[in-house]
Design a protein around this ligand. Structure first.
Ligand SMILES: *[C@@H]1O[C@H](CO)[C@@H](O)[C@H](O)[C@H]1NC(C)=O
Ligand SMILES: *[C@@H]1O[C@H](CO)[C@@H](O)[C@H](O)[C@H]1NC(C)=O
Length: 477
């Protein structure tokens, strides 16, 4: 009933403004790491970075090659807000509930004040339905994100992700698919959903027997790297660009604009609360497929500013910003190449078959450092609080790199001149920065390009040695 009233009010507002209600806000591809996979993919297609969905990527340019192994590092699917996000949302909804507008309601008239009062009313009536126990859990939509990703990958690589690899015993020499996951519930649930998707695609009627194992050392390496925790996570100076941007002119302009839209006195709506409203808009879309009234506080430009703030944070906290961010993921890097080594090794017919696939389920914080070590998405100059404008064309864009269900897939191909390696980021072919001329270079050439990391990239030394003073090893390609 109340929802109907809100909807009516919204429709009224929309018709007054001459727009039509759409399924999603037109800035849905700019929610940073809270972007839905499909919105991110649509944006990538618009930027001509990937082929249309109807044409499956040409994965084997050379017909004489056949896929022999696949390693996928996958982020969990769409999730509920975390407890911290929910606290911010509650604060925002309290602010709206107690807001009275800039002047006494009866005193003002005219279109602007009238609109503001209506906006406030719609948002005041918004039902705060998030509860603390939702704390970052995988949403039903998130389960489907992983199921459909698994189905698509199984269609592209039926010999690696088909019925047979579901039969093998998974891991210790059985020739089956191996699934490792972070211990967070949203990741375990994502790992399950991925396996459900494979079963669905293989049309196996037996119930899914889940085979995932938890491995936080591999997938939540950042918790285990002391130097990272001390130098970055607990060190606010390490994120000074983010704080500077939050307190800078772009965010101030956004906050002023939204305050005016709502007729709130200056200072009530802080940049942090405005950001909470932005992500509330994203959660309503990702969890409920709803175009929330909170979204109407923002336009495309505003979204790009807030997307930049997300990119700044991820860059300095999880990516190229500090060398230790990347080095913390050395165990994952080594694990992946060890798995590829094993799968590509020539074997006698009497030996058990190679592991067809290894699925690793983690977080945006798992994928970004790995992409960093691989040398990908590194811009000429780093994003800072002062260069929002000149960074419009940046490669490091979290909305495109780590939406929900983001994935980095390495496919080892059996080819006449030896094994080759293909890299896909979010199902889009990407070339290794050290081998820019080839879609699927020889595996030994890839190994040579990353030799410095394969021989170095020592987690113990980087994370435990030195006590903060020592210079970390070079991670440049
Ligand atoms: C899937 O399995 C069902 C029941 O076993 C069968 O009727 C159907 O034809 C199968 N579909 C495909 C695509 O194999
Ligand atoms: C905190 O970060 C700053 C900037 O990266 C760095 O200079 C400083 O050494 C760090 N402090 C600690 C305790 O690691």
């Amino acid at each position: 009933m109340l929802a109907d009233v809100v909807l009516l009010l919204l429709l009224l507002l929309l018709s007054r403004r001459g727009c039509s209600p759409a399924d999603a806000p037109d800035f849905a591809a700019h929610f940073g790491s809270k972007t839905r996979y499909e919105d991110s993919a649509a944006h990538r297609r618009m930027l001509l970075l990937s082929p249309p969905p109807s044409s499956p990527p040409e994965l084997l340019d050379d017909r004489s090659c056949s896929p022999m192994h696949l390693t996928a590092v996958v982020r969990h699917g769409s999730r509920y807000p975390t407890a911290k996000n929910i606290r911010a949302i509650r604060k925002l909804s309290h602010l709206m509930a107690s807001s009275r507008g800039a002047g006494p309601d009866g005193d003002v008239d005219g279109d602007v004040a009238g609109d503001a009062a209506r906006w406030r009313d719609v948002l005041r009536r918004w039902d705060m339905w998030y509860t603390d126990d939702m704390d970052g859990q995988l949403a039903a939509k998130g389960r489907e994100d992983l199921r459909s990703l698994a189905s698509r990958l199984a269609r592209a690589f039926p010999t690696l992700l088909g019925e047979e690899s579901l039969r093998g015993d998974g891991g210790d020499g059985g020739g089956g698919l191996r699934v490792l996951t972070s211990s967070k519930r949203r990741c375990v649930a994502s790992a399950e959903a991925f396996q459900e998707g494979l079963h669905r695609q293989a049309n196996v009627s037996t119930p899914v027997s889940y085979r995932q194992r938890v491995d936080d050392g591999l997938l939540r390496f950042f918790d285990h790297c002391r130097a990272y925790v001390e130098r970055v996570e607990k060190n606010s100076t390490a994120l000074r660009e983010v704080h500077k941007f939050r307190d800078g002119p772009e965010m101030a302009a956004l906050t002023r604009k939204a305050s005016r839209k709502l007729g709130l006195p200056d200072g009530h709506l802080t940049p942090d609360l405005l950001e909470a409203a932005f992500y509330l808009c994203s959660y309503e879309l990702a969890v409920k497929s709803l175009h929330s009234p909170w979204c109407f506080l923002f336009d495309r430009h505003d979204a790009k500013v807030l997307e930049y703030k997300c990119d700044l944070k991820l860059f300095w906290k999880r990516a190229h910003g500090h060398a230790i961010n990347l080095l913390a993921s050395c165990p994952l890097f080594h694990h992946i190449f060890r798995t590829l080594d094993k799968a590509g090794r020539p074997r006698r017919s009497t030996e058990p078959a190679a592991e067809p696939a290894s699925i690793l389920v983690g977080h945006a914080e798992t994928l970004l450092p790995l992409l960093g070590l691989l040398g990908l998405y590194k811009d000429e100059s780093p994003p800072t609080a002062d260069n929002f404008r000149s960074q419009q064309g940046r490669l490091f864009r979290s909305s495109l790199l780590v939406p929900y269900a983001a994935n980095v897939v390495l496919v080892l191909l059996d080819c006449p001149r030896g094994p080759r390696l293909r890299l896909l980021v979010n199902e889009t072919p990407v070339r290794f920065p050290g081998l820019p001329d080839q879609d699927a270079p020889l595996y030994r050439d890839v190994r040579a390009a990353y030799r410095h990391l394969l021989d170095g990239c020592d987690f113990r030394q980087a994370c435990e040695g030195g006590g903060g003073g020592g210079r970390p090893p070079n991670t440049e390609l």
